[in-house]
Design a protein around this ligand. Sequence first.
Ligand code: NAD
Length: 271
Amino acid sequence: MKDLRGRVAVVTGGANGIGLGLAERFLQEGMKVVIADINEQDLARAEQSLAASGEVLAVTTDVSREDSVQSLADAAVARFGGVHVLCNNAGVGGTQRFDTVGQATWEWTIGVNLWGVVHGCRIFLPILAAQDEAYIVNTASMAGFTSGPYQATYKATKAGVVALSECLANEFEIEYPHVGVAVLSPAYTSTSIRNDERNAPPGHIPRAVADPRLNERRESVYSTLEQEGISPAEIAGMVVAGMAARKTHIFPHPQWFEAWQQRVDKVRSQL
Ligand SMILES: NC(=O)c1ccc[n+]([C@@H]2O[C@H](COP(=O)([O-])OP(=O)(O)OC[C@H]3O[C@@H](n4cnc5c(N)ncnc54)[C@H](O)[C@@H]3O)[C@@H](O)[C@H]2O)c1
């Protein structure tokens, strides 16, 4: 999908980080943009900052809820008449030992990271398929390709997003050839993801309380991504280029491929 001008993009998790970077870039490309986010305060601030660059609609949305994603789709169509690019980008999750993760935390993480993407793909597909050309970009993570310790909730959901996206890319080549599907799999990116627990449901026990033993490791991950991570604007540029090249995989950090290769080698060694 090369020509974005005048087309409509919906970005979930659009109030911060990578989602906000995508929204900014899409507006620069001449698109109309719908930003969807669970955090009303951040959403209002993002809408205000984006408004000078083009047509923006902000819709408070909890992607883990089917009815909320349906309302988002209805609002986007009511305002702009259709949708051409859907970025299922909202995500949460962090570093925690498996035996300290409670049921509410599992449900929250699976709800946002995996159900959020499923709801987006399923509910928006008829709207996307009605256009001459469309694209779905699902944000996974390099964590969806690697299997180191202490990120079971995050890696399980992100591996699910990779599998779902690849499956849809292959299936839509047959069923909806004008609807492309890509999975965006970054490693460290400078965003506000350390604040993700602000939007957690009441049953979630903060990681620092449930698993204080990993506080140092967690802090090291957050400070590395904040200080050494690439910018959301760079990621957004790669997404635009990836759609133009009709890519299925967008890898902002190819240097992480070695970690994936090690995993493949480990599996092969057991054949
Ligand atoms: N930052 C990184 O290093 C990194 C690396 C790989 C992948 N990712 C992925 O990138 C995506 C964006 O994360 P980010 O780093 O920009 O984080 P961020 O916290 O800056 O932005 C995420 C946004 O999602 C919103 N959100 C959370 N729950 C939601 C829900 N239920 N419904 C709607 N919106 C919700 C938050 O309010 C926030 O505005 C996530 O899927 C994340 O897993 C991030």
